[in-house]
Write a protein that binds this ligand. Structure first.
Ligand code: PMP
Length: 445
């Protein structure tokens, strides 16, 4: 057997995973890694949790799969109710799917079908931010404002009207307030230029993930976007695939801003890596309008299957019994302080940002001018590999010309303690020192 058939095998020296426990993962050579980014910001409750394993095994003993047009499933009904409760009733309907991309795809289709049902079929365009990431399927990719991923497919994606994302680090105006005013004005202009009556929804990540390195927005920006949507009769969709389910120290990031979306996309932390499960939540009025017009013309085979929903329920049980949402806020602020200490020590750290245990670090060549490293230097890959060599996993993203420098996300499981964070910071400190050495050697050439 040649063992080279896997399409996405990225390098010959990629470690082979063996097992995991809590915040640690081991490879087959016995090396231990701290999961400092929860995989792809997914394993929110940590690995190998007995409560989830037990719940999954119990569900497997009963039934793994049943199809939603043939049977109701009690665990699906219960999980939907639990999610609605977690939004405090802001959103009252839940549609299960299997991945973040599918959740965003479902949100797009619900918005379009809602306006078709309301006899406004011309409302079929979307406004989204640049940079942003919304998924890899055609609809979600069309919304994505991240050129390396979406540019090759522009001829076949629906695309969207791209507007600038607020950037509280590199803004050009004289204050954040002025910057937010300017971004909102540009957004309104773009809506009007596209034809306000043709816009179905504005879509955004309330706290940026991989594409922006944990960029945050302000309450006034969120209120401004909500007001624009209300003024021009379109919907507000929030993609909380990454920021939802407690990651930012609130069940949902929108709760930090007090601005409620019409549709919400959730994934990652909902199954916490134990089973693929994602959800689209929406206001009842939308679902009722679509229901009266013949029902939502959408669905995936695995949507809402009992094993997925039992997993989601057990994850929420663990989150609640171990108070992981408040732990995310508390440990997130400790992690932030420690990252800011590193930023004082290392000139290559331009900015630390995020909320709760969703923290991003932007690397720069020059701290004063905020000049990024040249793209070809691959700073994101270098720091990630130096950290991995030292047994620390972090989540990287390459720089975006003119929009953002290289950055990494530090997003450990929400179970972390102060001691765990100290260990992460020590390894990151060593990795940054080694990175600084590489930079020095390069500049000397
Ligand atoms: N939206 C956001 C904000 C994401 O971070 C991601 C995944 N990184 C997705 C959508 C797509 O989710 P998935 O990979 O599960 O399809």
């Amino acid at each position: 057997m040649s063992n080279n058939a896997l399409f996405y095998l990225t390098s010959d020296d990629m470690p082979v995973v063996s097992h995991a426990d809590g915040i640690y993962i081991w490879d087959t050579k016995g090396r231990r890694y701290i999961d400092g980014c929860s995989g792809a910001i997914t394993c929110n409750i940590g690995h190998n949790h007995p409560t989830v394993k037990r719940a999954m095994a119990e569900q497997l003993d009963k039934i793994a799969f049943s199809y939603r047009t043939q049977f109701e499933s009690q665990v699906a009904l219960d999980l939907a109710d639990r999610l609605v409760d977690l939004t405090d009733g802001d959103l009252d309907k839940v549609f299960f799917v299997g991945s973040g991309s599918e959740a965003v795809e479902s949100a797009i289709k619900l918005a379009v079908q809602y306006f078709v049902a309301k006899e406004q079929p011309e409302r079929c365009k979307f406004v989204s931010l640049r940079p942003s990431y919304h998924g890899s399927t055609m609809g979600a990719l069309g919304l994505t404002g991240y050129e390396p991923l979406e540019a090759p497919y522009r001829s076949i994606t629906i695309g969207s009207v791209k507007v600038p994302s607020p950037d509280l680090y590199r803004y050009k105006e004289t204050s954040i307030e002025e910057h937010i005013t300017s971004v909102l004005e540009q957004t309104e202009k773009a809506i009007l230029a596209a034809g306000a009556e043709t816009i179905a929804a504005v879509v955004l990540e309330p706290v940026g993930g991989a594409s922006t390195g944990g960029r945050i927005v302000t309450k006034r920006y969120m209120e401004g976007l909500r007001a624009l949507c209300d003024r021009y009769g379109c919907l507000l969709i929030m993609d909380e695939v990454l920021s939802g389910m407690g990651r930012t120290g609130a069940w949902f990031a929108y709760q930090h801003f007090g601005v409620v979306p019409d549709i919400l996309a959730l994934a990652k932390g909902l199954g916490s890596g134990y089973y693929p499960i994602a959800a689209m939540m929406a206001r009842k009025e939308l679902v009722d309008v679509v229901g009266r017009s013949g029902g939502f013309m959408h669905g995936h085979t695995y949507a809402g299957n009992p094993l997925a929903c039992a997993t989601g329920l057990a994850v929420i049980d663990v989150m609640e019994s171990e108070q992981l949402v408040s732990n995310s806020l508390k440990q997130g602020s400790y992690l932030r302080q420690q990252l800011e200490q590193l930023a004082l020590k290392y000139d290559c750290i331009g900015n630390v940002r995020g909320i709760g245990l969703l923290q991003g670090v932007e690397l720069v060549r020059d701290k004063t001018t905020k000049e990024p490293y040249p793209a070809a230097f691959n700073a994101f890959a270098k720091i990630t590999s130096l950290a991995k060599d030292r047994g620390l996993l972090i989540y990287p993203r390459r720089c975006l010309n003119g929009l953002a420098g290289d950055h990494v996300l530090i997003t450990p499981p929400l179970t972390v303690t102060v001691a765990d964070i100290d260990e992460i910071i020590t390894l990151l400190d060593e990795s940054l020192a080694a990175f600084g050495q590489i930079v020095l050697e390069r500049e000397a050439c």
